[in-house]
Every structure is written in structure tokens, then in C-alpha cells.
Design a protein around this ligand. Sequence first.
Ligand code: HEM
Length: 143
Amino acid sequence: MRVSQKYSPSQISLHTTKKDCWLIIHGKVYDVTNFLEDHPGGDDVLLHASANGDASQKFDEVGHSSTAASLMEGYLIGVVEGYEGTAGGGGGPKRKEAVTARTVQGRKPPSSSSFLDLVLPVLILGLAFGAWYYLNFNSKAKA
Ligand code: HEM
């Protein structure tokens, strides 16, 4: 098995049919054509994931077992070109950021913490200044 084989995203995107289906999961490329019928989650999800470019997120969302992880090693055919993970290395699926074959639309949830990130430091600074001002003013008033 040529697990050190590198595939470009455009090359991978040519294999999205029932007769020829590749998946990208955490920077690795899997030829799951012969697994489509046997996949407990059905062939549809794999075909959709293949067409979407990067199956990492969906794969993780399901919370696959270690059995699935060892099964997928048998379908490994290479890595995505430009991926900075373990090119050609063995082991299970790596939890590194994957290179997307195509732009995956609308996948990122809106960042809810960004507002707090901005307001919280300002609030703390304001409180600190208020405390300093109060203490200063208070001690001068008493004197
Ligand atoms: C080479 C890649 C994959 C392998 C070897 C694999 C293998 C498996 C196995 C063995 C199961 C049975 C449950 C378990 O042991 O975890 C399973 C279930 C499932 N898989 Fe995958 N899977 C792969 C990719 C994917 C992808 C990319 C998706 C989603 C896009 C997916 C979606 C599901 C779903 C929805 C189930 C059913 C879970 C349930 O009914 O509880 N799988 N898979």
C-alpha cells in the first residue's frame, strides 16, 4: 500500500461516485469504494462526504469506534498534498486540522465568544479604574 502517495485536492475531487469514492479524513486519503456497501452508516453519507471535499468533521461528529479507526487503515491510499501531518506514517486517524479539497460552505458556527473577548477586558479595566478613583477620592476626602 502506497500510503506515502500524495494527492492534490483537485485530483481527489474526481473520485466522488459509487464506483469510485475517495474520502479525506484528517489529511489522509481513503479509497472507500469497496466499503460503501458495508458501511454501517450507509453509502449515502460516505458519498455526500466525498462530494463535500473533507469528511473529517462529519467523521468526528459520529464518534466512530476504534474498530472503525482500524478498519479505515485498510482503505488508506495516501495523504493530501500540502498536509502538514504525518505523511506516510501509520497509526490511527490523527486529530489534526485537515486540508479541505474544496471550500466547505457554512460549516463554522458563528463565534459567540468574540463579543465577550472584547467587552470583558474593557469591563475589568473600567472596574479597576473605578476602584482606584474611588479609593483615591475617598482617602483625599478623609484627609
Ligand atoms: C474510511 C472511513 C470510515 C469507516 C472505516 C467507517 C466505519 C464505520 C463503522 C465501523 C461504523 C459502525 C459504528 C462504529 O464502529 O463506530 C460506522 C458507523 C457510522 N458511520 Fe462511518 N466510517 C467511515 C466514514 C464515515 C464518514 C465520513 C461518515 C459521515 C459522513 C460516517 C458516518 C457514519 C454513521 C452515520 C454511522 C452510523 C452510526 C450509528 O448508527 O450509530 N462514516 N462507520
